[in-house]
Design a protein around this ligand. Structure first.
Ligand code: NDP
Ligand code: 8X3
Length: 284
């Protein structure tokens, strides 16, 4: 039974407040005592996931290269949400470093319940015949190899415990390509293929896999893509309303809080102003 009131929606006794930042049934510490490992937690979608999962009571491991940022966020989350946090400074491209970082986690942090493979980036926007090899390598090594590195060291424990969840942050660019997006789009198509492969390989194991694909989200993404060119980065979102990192994080939390028999394989979440990689409604 679903009743709509002015400020809230009542559904089977649960209240979902429209204006509130989170759905009430999820924010009530649904993940209390669990452990969530988030890669790329120093910024954007990863940092928002850390916040939203901590609000739901999960203890969080924050992984990224910028140590000060993850340490600061870790401290803030413990203070505001009373969860335990662990900052793990690590480059996901470095397989040896990832292995060492995960192996040196204290025993009480080893049993990861949710892995959010979010670390990723785009570099440049150039036609294929002009692309920079270094940019290509960085995108492939981070978005694809990095995801594999972390997953390979975390998954065996989940399979052994017969319980766990992997959320891979893909992109609309994993479904549709766009001019000059070539290698970035290829890495996100690969993430999509890997998510589907993991779903096949892990069926019956108790480990669920979600491929979460956002459209345009205003984070540091474009600033990184255009190497600090603020004007160019800002122009990406000109005249339209992009997603906020938190919008994506809330979808991740929704997926992670379904009952064990429910596996959300695939989610595409777009700004209302974006219809595809190439069709964006702008008011200017
Ligand atoms: P941000 O640039 O804000 O965040 C990227 C995060 O990835 C940072 O925390 C960064 O941390 C981390 N990262 C990058 N390289 C590495 C590395 N080698 N090792 C460890 N961590 C790394 O961008 P978003 O939050 O937007 O991006 C997050 C994910 O979302 C990416 O996979 C991106 O492709 C995807 N996405 C983004 C969209 C958008 O429009 N913004 C849309 C669809 C998908 P640090 O630099 O400290 O290492
Ligand atoms: C980022 C989305 O389309 O801006 O994955 O490259 S896009």
């Amino acid at each position: 039974m679903l009743t709509v009131h002015k400020d809230s929606i009542a559904c089977e006794g649960q209240y979902f407040r429209r204006s509130h930042i989170t759905f009430q049934n999820i924010s009530m510490r649904a993940l209390e005592g669990t452990i969530t490992l988030i890669t790329g937690a120093s910024s954007g979608i990863g940092a928002a996931c850390a916040e939203v999962f901590a609000e739901a009571g999960s203890n969080v491991i924050l992984m990224a290269r910028r140590k000060e940022r993850i340490e600061e966020l870790a401290g803030a989350l413990t203070k505001s949400h009373g969860v335990e946090t662990y900052a793990l400074a690590c480059d996901v491209r470095d397989r040896g470093a990832v292995e060492r970082a995960l192996r040196q986690l204290p025993q009480s942090w080893q049993a990861v319940d949710v892995l959010i493979n979010n670390a990723g980036l785009a570099r440049g926007l150039a036609p294929i015949h002009e692309g920079a090899f270094d940019d290509w390598d960085e995108m492939i090594q981070t978005n694809l190899v990095g995801l594999l590195n972390v997953t390979r060291f975390v998954l065996p424990g989940m399979v052994e415990r017969k319980r766990g969840m992997v959320i891979n942050i893909g992109s609309i660019a994993g479904r549709q390509v766009y001019p000059n997006g070539n290698v970035y789009c290829a890495t996100k198509h690969a993430v999509r293929a890997l998510s589907e492969s993991m779903q096949l390989d892990l069926v019956g194991s108790g480990v669920r896999v979600t491929n979460l694909e956002p459209g345009m989200v205003e984070t540091e993404f474009s600033l990184v893509r255009f190497r600090g060119n603020t004007e160019r980065a800002t122009s990406v979102y000109a005249g339209m309303t992009p997603l906020r990192a938190r919008d994506v994080a809330e979808v991740a939390l929704f997926c992670a809080t379904r009952p064990p028999h429910v596996s959300i394989h695939d989610v595409l979440v777009m700004p209302s102003d974006q219809a595809s990689t190439t069709v964006v409604y702008r008011r200017t």
